[in-house]
Design a binder for this molecule. Structure first.
Ligand code: UDP
Ligand code: MN
Length: 316
């Protein structure tokens, strides 16, 4: 199959983290690989797998089986998770106190911050990549996801979809109490009831900013390397300052940081539509947020990618 000239200059790099494999993770990786290959029309798909020795063996086996089955040409490269973690030590050190649930176990934590230092792990010549969780299932051609890069404005360096639970409403509880008019931590669509004397007026539909989910992270690596603002923001002093400002103590690693960065510098992040990362986890519905959960969980349109987060099964 001969792609066109334009496409020869495009890069289709997918990064995926596959470590500490077990039966459950194998099944996720298999579903990810199957669904990726089934729909893909990309000639030069390049998978970059960050892995450990034992997991690498299992990943290679699954990949080879599926490549043979779907008869697609896919390049793949393995990266050692320990070497990769070494390259982002300073970032992990800065972030861990604010965005890890029990800081201490370095390597198990570094995993969840790799996306923030991927520009150091990837080849310096690599211009763009997409980091994808193992618990992702494609319902469409991955080429269309890469096409979303075309919608980046010149300031956008990352692309992420919204978080579809009230987790940031929860974490920002104190901040929201101090700033009752804030839309940070509110669902994307929500209705406000005006003050008593305006009761006869219509309710207003407002846009909130629920936070971001890092199951899919689009990275313009060239711009990331060149962004002084972003490079400064990774430093300990800045991370401390921003976490204090929002009285923020999270546990979701990189996505906590992207969420705060998105509050402070919205132009750095392209808002990928929820259909590209349709999360399925409903944990917060049963943990104190049943009244507002649905407003967060709402996602309209044809689902392109399912994200079976918190071990949720993806519909057949
Ligand atoms: N991961 C891994 N080994 C682990 C745990 C996580 O390789 O033991 C990787 C895997 O790519 C996974 C990602 O880290 O998709 C994020 O974890 P997960 O998807 O389970 O988190 P959730 O989306 O449920 O918050
Ligand atoms: Mn996930």
């Amino acid at each position: 199959p001969g792609g066109n000239d334009l496409e020869d200059h495009q890069e289709f790099n997918i990064f995926i983290i596959y470590t500490k494999e077990n039966y459950q993770l194998q099944k996720k990786f298999e579903l990810f690989t199957k669904s990726l290959l089934k729909f893909s029309t990309v000639d030069k798909l390049h998978l970059h797998i960050i892995s450990d020795r034992k997991s690498e063996v299992s990943a290679e086996k699954i990949l080879k089986e599926q490549i043979e089955h779907y008869r697609k040409s896919v390049y793949f490269t393995f990266y050692d998770v320990h070497k990769s973690s070494e390259k982002i030590k300073d970032i992990v050190q800065a972030m861990m106190p604010f965005f890890s649930s029990n800081p201490g176990s370095y390597y198990s934590d570094a995993l969840f911050y790799l996306s923030l230092g991927l520009h150091r792990i990837a080849d310096p010549q690599m211009n763009r990549a997409i980091l994808i969780d193992c618990d992702i299932v494609f319902r469409t051609d991955v080429r269309l996801l890469f096409d979303e890069f075309k919608h980046f404005s010149t300031d956008n360096i990352f692309g992420l979809a919204p978080e579809l639970t009230p987790v940031y409403r929860h974490i920002l509880y104190r901040y929201r109490a101090n700033y009752p008019n804030t839309s940070f931590g509110s669902p994307y669509f929500y209705v406000t009831t005006p003050g008593r004397k305006h009761l006869k007026h219509k309710q207003h539909v407002r846009h909130g900013y629920p936070g971001l989910n890092s199951g899919i992270v689009m990275l313009d690596l060239k711009r990331i390397r060149e962004s002084k603002l972003f490079q400064e923001s990774l430093k300990e002093e800045y991370v401390q300052q921003i976490a204090n400002k929002y009285m923020f103590k999270g546990h979701l690693g990189d996505q906590d940081f992207y969420t705060l960065l998105g509050y402070e510098f919205p132009s750095l992040i392209f808002r990928l539509d929820c259909v590209w990362n349709r999360q399925l986890c409903t944990w917060w519905k049963d943990h104190g947020y049943s009244d507002v959960f649905d407003a967060y969980f709402h996602c309209e349109g044809n689902i392109r990618i399912y994200h079976g987060n918190c071990n949720t099964r993806v519909p057949e």
